[in-house]
Write a new protein. Structure first.
Length: 198
């Protein structure tokens, strides 16, 4: 149990670092550097919700609930670091992300988050096959398309909260992104069937 908790927290911390660099750099460069987070999760075998949701046997899916919560708490650690390093440009990028999430409809959030889940699972599928290029390219793809990643979003919400900007819509938007990410993470194995397991 201790390993599960620590590795879930660590995954959140790593994705938080990726979110931090994106807020500081922005654009395609920031999106490309964000890939460091998912690559680190893979190398360290940390327990990331979107890294496990498409691979766990369905009968073990309940463990994803504490995993996503610990991931979110891990993001809080990095959010404290971010709080002391944010520039005006970083805060402006954060405001843009927050505005997009707040303006999105519930079905829009689920649909766009589903896209992220598909991309992350396929990126990890490549690494499991010994090809790390999908990790390098997949992450910038979903970021540049504005698709929500529930753990990255947890980091962004924490930073906003630490900056004094909490609103109840954040909770609902985050939960919808969790649902959408889960659906998307499972679509590759649903479509691919036995090929996915090969």
């Amino acid at each position: 149990m201790r390993h599960f908790i620590s590795m879930s927290l660590f995954a959140g911390l790593l994705i938080g670092i990726a979110g931090l660099v994106f807020l500081h750099v922005g654009g395609l460069g920031g999106a490309a550097l964000f890939a460091f987070g998912l690559m680190s999760v893979t190398l360290c075998q940390a327990l990331l919700f979107t890294g496990k949701a498409g691979y766990l046997p369905y009968k073990e899916s309940l463990q994803l609930i504490p995993m996503v919560l610990y991931n979110a708490i891990g993001c809080l650690i990095t959010a404290y670091i971010a709080y002391y390093t944010m520039s005006e440009a970083s805060l402006a990028r954060l405001d843009t992300i927050m505005a997009a999430r707040e303006a999105a409809s519930w079905h829009g959030l689920i649909a766009t988050s589903t896209g992220t889940g598909i991309i992350v699972t396929l990126a990890l599928y490549g690494s499991r096959k010994g090809n790390y290029l999908p990790l390098l390219y997949g992450v910038p793809v979903f970021i540049m398309c504005g698709l929500p990643h529930c753990i990255a979003d947890a980091f962004y919400y924490w930073v906003a909260i630490l900056d004094g900007d909490f609103a109840m819509w954040m909770v609902g938007a985050w939960l919808l992104s969790v649902v959408g990410n889960y659906i998307g993470c499972n679509l590759p194995r649903w479509f691919m069937g036995k090929t996915f397991e090969a």
